[in-house]
Design a protein around this ligand. Sequence first.
Ligand code: GDP
Ligand code: MG
Length: 776
Amino acid sequence: MKLIDLETGKNGVIKAVGGEGALRQHLLDMGVIPGSKVRIVKYAPMGDPVEIKIHGYELTIRLSDANNIEVEPVSTGDEEKSTVQKMIEHPGLGEGGRFHTKGSGNPLPDDTKLTFALVGNQNSGKTTLFNQLTGSNQHVGNFPGVTVDRKDGPIKGNPLTVVTDLPGIYSMSPYSTEEIVSRNFVLEEKPLGIINIVDATNIERNLYLTMQLLEMDIPLVVALNMMDEVRENGGTVNINEMEMMLGVPVVPISAAKNEGVGELVSHALHVAHFREKPLNQDFCDENDNGGAVHRCIHAVSVLIEDHAKAAGLPLRFAASKVIEGDSLVIDKLSLDENEKEMLEHIVLQMENERGLDRQAAMADMRFSFIKKVCRDTVKKPHESKERKRSEKIDRILTGKYTAIPAFVLIMALVFFLTFNVIGAWLQSLLDLGITYLSDLTDTLLTNANVNEVLHGLIIDGIFTGVGSVLSFMPIIVTMFFFLSLLEDSGYIARVAFVMDKLLRKIGLSGRSIVPMLIGFGCTVPAVMSTRTLPSERDRKMTILLTPFMSCSAKLPIYAFFVDAFFTEHKWLIITGLYLLGILMGVLNALLYRGTVFKGDAVPFVMELPNYRMPGVKNVTQLLWEKAKDFLQRAFTVIMIASIVVWLLQSFDIHFNLVEDSADSILALIAGVLAPVMIPAGLGDWRICTALISGFMAKESVVSTLQVMFDADVTSVLSNATAASLLVFSLLYTPCVAAVAAVKREMGRRWAIGVVLWQCGIAWVAAVITRLICMLF
Ligand code: GDP
Ligand code: MG
């Protein structure tokens, strides 16, 4: 029977995994392999996707993918008994002696910079550990060629080291950008050591990545994280035994409680310095299911040995990937036709003997070994309090009838607190500071008899421009504070689970909901938050859609015009504008889906982690990064832009200072623009100027209009013009800060494209609005 025919709460054993390509590989890598036990936990409120439990953790997949999985119902989940019964104290440093006291081998010169890659599953505690390792002494950037965050820094107290935090991944298959980034980092930048962080509460799935990392033939230390949780719930791990089986040092730690981190560091330094490679890579048992997989891997290894060497690939890794049919690796090896044919024969033979296809056979081989390791060395904790708590919370937050109301409530609360309470309060505080500073400078400049032009430039250009943008910083930082709470606690994963079905209709996956929501606050953090999305396609498409979510800076424009022109239907019109934005977003999504971003969103295979208290250190670190990022931008892009606008509106074409800004270069430019805007009823150069200034910051549309029309804009404009102006303001180019964010994520061409495209849409919509208004 199909997986989805299994009743909720009932157990089954997987018989076959259908489907193809990268998605199937990903499912296998996540432990969905023939022979594994599964249980249907629940369906999302909209009926799709479905949450399943496998290898002791929760995974969500779409019904269409679940439909490819064949299962056979079983009565009870008779877990394989662990042989580890009693509590085993964690051995001290040096105990066992095998890995710790070696100190021989082939040491690197003492002044070699030891480079480490920090690799692990998502939610395994990577960020927490990274922050513990590096303190605040870290550098944030992008991996070359892709916009995936790259963080590195020296280990505290060891200046001759660099740890690079790689994206959270589940396997070394080229499934998502993250996986390719991590894989290429290890293969090409050749770190001297790997710190593999493993979530001990979810050990089977986490060790799957470890198995593949061991194949990279690079000194490696396993950091067994979350040991505090394991211990508290009566679980234990026989560390010495596990080290023997894996052939690398294993260090139990708790990143959150800073336990064992020092020990981890000393092991990591040791293996890297002495170049102690993993002792064991050969995990395929020759007695396992007739040994077909074992023989296949070894035969392939022999066949490709010289090619792998020439291509600079670790042999065991290359052999596994060739068998799995990884085209990137196969291309790199440049095998000739004859060899390819031979390979195919070997693999076919294995498939026949093993009774599984190549990918499933390889995944099965890895999981069989992991099962053995767990049976011999791990006493599983009983159902932890964290797990029970998560289930209780989930009953409401992903419950059939409560999920969506809870979501609306939580988001409303976040927005309310951000924009009305905390953020607004901080903003007014900062505004006060900026005003004070600006006034002070003003007085100083006046007293010092500074040249009037320079004076104007500093006060009206730089202070006003940078200040108005800077004052958004508190809101953005507060927004990120709440988002990181939601993210770190594990709620965001649930939102994606609940909303996936809806977003799929426009070609995205549930994960894109977050940036869109933030977009209602401010497009800048919205664009930045797309970094959490797993695929480049989804990320780009989501970035292009965020400007349609009407940002909070446009609210003053709406409020002003609605008060002046449409008092009777105030809320109707404001709500209508928001809805119009969403509608245009949906239409655009459908358009992108059929053109630039063909195909479907990444399949939605996602883990639902336990709810956890977010770490204070992680959150503060993140806030500091965001604030720094924002400040940097405010004093570069935005400062320059402000200066340019000020210059344009203060001088005429002959660079004489103008009395009336109607004679300025800006007016001239606006005048050129004006005829274009006539069909929309916005042909007045002053309106055009206001719209141009709105490019700096949307709020300034209103203030510029007020200044230019001598505070009497209402008597000049008609209702139709006002409506058209509202629609235009809603849809036209995002402000310069947002465009800069788009440029950073997607590059200059896309950024310019966004500006032109949005203006075009806005123009068409404004013209249509005016026509409709004139009909009535
Ligand atoms: P990442 O996704 O791998 O970067 O994981 P994070 O560092 O964000 O951690 C995920 C969650 O696990 C956070 O809520 C952490 O506070 C929590 N966490 C991390 N390390 C530990 C630990 O050693 N013990 C416990 N109990 N929780 C931890
Ligand atoms: Mg993280």
